[in-house]
Design a protein around this ligand. Structure first.
Ligand SMILES: [Zn+2]
Ligand SMILES: [Zn+2]
Length: 260
């Protein structure tokens, strides 16, 4: 994994054609009016115009070393194939990859992305994820990226979906379509804790609905910002598989590293 390029906003990860010049100019002007904030220190990134401060980039350390074959969580035991969670629980998705362990830097950064209008962080993490995991994604060969949807009421209140921003950037770089219409989120009323395994699965599945009777894709990559217990990804994956998807993968920016 990884191609050695630093997604720090200074070197483009792809070459933009002349059609993109207008967009570049627009982003230059926007940057003068609303300078980009750094996703690590949350100040205006220095040198100005970068997506992240040069020094702050070193504070973002992607997962490296042994990791769970199923969910990609870092493992302390080199011999183990799966993390405790994946060894003891059956997930509905096939495999997934996360970029960073969920620690204090990422928790603050993703919180700002979600609740404080820092959409630029989502674009930064999308670029970072494409650079780190692009090779793996190509090997899996998904036909479409599906960001985990927000409930329509929450979407209306917040105005944007952070998973959609991340997916948009990954899709643009890896040239994969992003679908935001097919999966919808429903209100989930029953608390998961009070249910047995079977009820839990049906409760998870009912949290998401697929709008098409038959999906036009066989391989799908779900995109989200954080993976904690995996229940959200499992819920989307169950709904997609019930509608005919054969392989469902996920990519999240961060993954909780504690046992769950
Ligand atoms: Zn910074
Ligand atoms: Zn795992």
């Amino acid at each position: 994994m990884g191609n050695g390029k630093k997604p720090d906003g200074t070197k483009p990860l792809y070459h933009s054609g002349s059609a993109d010049k207008g967009k570049l100019l627009a982003s230059f002007v926007l940057d003068l009016v609303y300078p980009r904030r750094c996703p690590v220190c949350h100040d205006i990134a220095v040198p100005r115009g970068r997506a992240i401060c040069r020094e702050c980039l070193d504070k973002l350390v992607p997962i490296h070393g042994p990791r769970c074959f199923k969910c990609s969580k870092p493992l302390s035991d080199r011999e183990a194939e799966f993390c405790y969670d994946c060894a003891s629980k059956k997930h509905s998705y096939d495999r997934g990859i996360s970029i960073f362990p969920y620690g204090s830097v990422l928790s603050q950064s993703l919180y700002q992305l979600k609740y404080h209008q820092r959409q630029e962080y989502g674009r930064f993490y999308g670029r970072y994820a494409a650079a780190c995991a692009g090779e793996q994604i190509r090997l899996w060969g998904p036909e479409v990226l599906i960001p985990v949807p927000l409930h329509p009421k929450r979407m209306e209140k917040r105005g944007y979906n952070q998973a959609e921003i991340i997916a948009g950037e990954i899709g643009r770089i890896l040239q994969l379509p992003v679908d935001t219409k097919t999966v919808v989120r429903r209100v989930n009323t029953k608390p998961q804790k009070e249910l047995n395994d079977k009820e839990r699965r049906s409760n998870l599945r009912s949290a998401f609905a697929v709008r098409q009777a038959k999906l036009p894709w066989k391989k799908i990559l779900i995109i989200d910002d954080i993976y904690t217990t995996g229940s959200t990804v499992d819920g989307v994956s169950l709904a997609l598989k019930a509608a005919g998807a054969e392989q469902v993968y996920f990519l999240t920016i961060a993954i909780g590293t504690g046992f769950c």
